[in-house]
Design a protein around this ligand. Structure first.
Ligand SMILES: NC(=O)c1ccc[n+]([C@@H]2O[C@H](COP(=O)([O-])OP(=O)(O)OC[C@H]3O[C@@H](n4cnc5c(N)ncnc54)[C@H](O)[C@@H]3O)[C@@H](O)[C@H]2O)c1
Ligand SMILES: [Fe+2]
Length: 385
């Protein structure tokens, strides 16, 4: 089978990597930076440190600190307008996925007309991207720093839409994640895990993504609990930063499927943080293809650390792996849909929208239409209470 895989941008990875930022900005010809972040990253002292380092190196910095969860389009427009008005020549995003996606889309607006809405995938409007974009994740979950898409919440349609813009450089410094609160650590870790199990079970996998995704499963299974127990465990944090980053590279080519279709729709409708709803779908994603992808199911179970007796069928292995993930979810405080006060009917009624708004659902190993997705959402609901 012939497959295509890419790496969209170089990555500088490791504890202390953020100290190279000013040097990297200069290498990219940056003299005036738009630095984008949110209040959580500011409160953690990360943005101040970065702005100071850039200023000390003689780089002018314009700050935008109004990022909101899930990158609403109006915030992207405001950030982009600021960059245009200030004639910045480089954009830097420092934060979780909401910030990185805001920065990706705002970097388009810095040199193209507003609003961002016109650049959603499928609209066919071309844009230029000559001004460099550097992304610095401070959570370990989305992998947005190495993926092609910016996921934008459109406030008119309430749909998660997409702008395609890859970074020119990613700087992944695990030390920046030390201040991430326990609950955010848990849900972002499950986001990375969901990228791995989905990208390992699509109809467009490739050898590179297969290697990366299985390693991501091992890394998350082996480190998420440790990082939640002790946020200062730098080894666990480093492994999770790596997992998040590798998963981003993997799903960029191998894509995602129904887990993220459900996550995007339920996340938009019920305002659930992305990773929290991704987590809920993982066990069902593992179970879904256990009959048609036996080898993959055994390998996932092994990578996740689930005990599977010799001679178990792949469907049994899928059940055991799913139960293993559910136990970790419970331990780390992932709330079920019922615990969030959502009714099964309201959840299942998201099936049509999830199919309509997320065409990548067709990448699953078996056909997923609205009727199938209703059943899957019910399973997400019933199998984890
Ligand atoms: N583009 C992609 O490839 C991609 C992939 C997956 C998810 N996403 C998107 O990413 C978004 C979710 O991103 P997220 O899960 O990283 O959450 P987030 O960016 O919304 O951040 C969650 C919270 O953590 C805080 N925070 C971040 N870093 C911190 C730090 N170091 N210390 C203390 N607090 C910190 C933030 O202030 C915020 O309150 C969603 O909108 C989702 O759709 C994008
Ligand atoms: Fe995700």
């Amino acid at each position: 089978m012939i497959s295509t895989y890419r790496q969209l941008c170089p990555v500088v990875f490791g504890v202390g990597a953020v100290n190279l930022l000013a040097e990297k900005v200069k290498e990219h010809g940056g003299t005036k930076a738009l630095c984008i972040y949110d209040s959580g990253v500011k409160a953690a002292g990360i943005s101040d440190r970065i702005v100071r380092a850039l200023s000390d190196a003689g780089i002018a910095v314009i700050t935008f600190d109004e990022v909101l969860p899930d990158a609403p389009d109006s915030i992207v427009d405001r950030a982009g307008k600021l960059g245009q008005d200030e004639k910045v020549d480089i954009v830097i995003g420092v934060g979780g996925g909401s910030t990185l996606d805001t920065a990706k889309a705002a970097s388009v607006l810095v040199e193209n007309p507003l609003p961002v809405r016109q650049y959603y995938i499928g609209k066919g409007v071309r844009f230029k991207t000559t001004k460099p974009l550097i992304l610095i994740p401070t959570t370990s979950g989305t992998g947005s720093e190495v993926s092609l898409m910016a996921v934008i919440h459109d406030e008119e349609t309430h749909i998660k839409d997409t702008v395609l813009r890859a970074a020119d450089l990613a700087i992944v410094d695990p030390e920046l994640t030390i201040t991430v609160p326990k609950a955010v650590t848990a849900v972002t870790g499950f986001d990375a895990l969901s990228h791995a199990v989905e990208a390992y079970t699509t109809n467009c996998t490739n050898p590179k993504a297969d290697i990366l995704t299985l390693e991501v499963m091992r890394l998350v299974a082996g480190n998420l609990e440790k990082a939640c127990e002790d946020g200062r465990d730098l080894e666990a944090r480093t492994n999770l930063s790596l997992a998040s980053n590798l998963a981003g590279m993997a799903f960029n080519d191998a894509f995602l499927h129904f887990g993220h279709a459900i996550a995007h729709e339920l996340g938009s409708v019920f305002h659930i943080p992305h990773g929290a709803v991704c987590a809920l779908t993982i066990p069902e994603v593992i179970r879904f293809s256990s009959d048609v992808a036996p080898e993959r199911t055994y390998k996932m179970a092994g990578a996740l650390g689930a005990a599977v007796p010799v001679g178990a069928t792949s469907v049994e292995a899928g059940e055991l792996a799913a139960a293993h993930v559910r136990r970790l979810m419970k331990k780390l405080g992932i709330k079920s849909l019922s615990e969030q006060g959502i009714s099964p009917e309201d959840a299942m009624n998201c099936a049509e929208g999830a199919i309509a708004h997320n065409p990548f659902v067709s990448c699953a190993l078996k056909p997923v239409d609205a009727a199938v997705l209703r059943v899957l959402i019910r399973q997400v609901y019933e199998n984890y209470r």
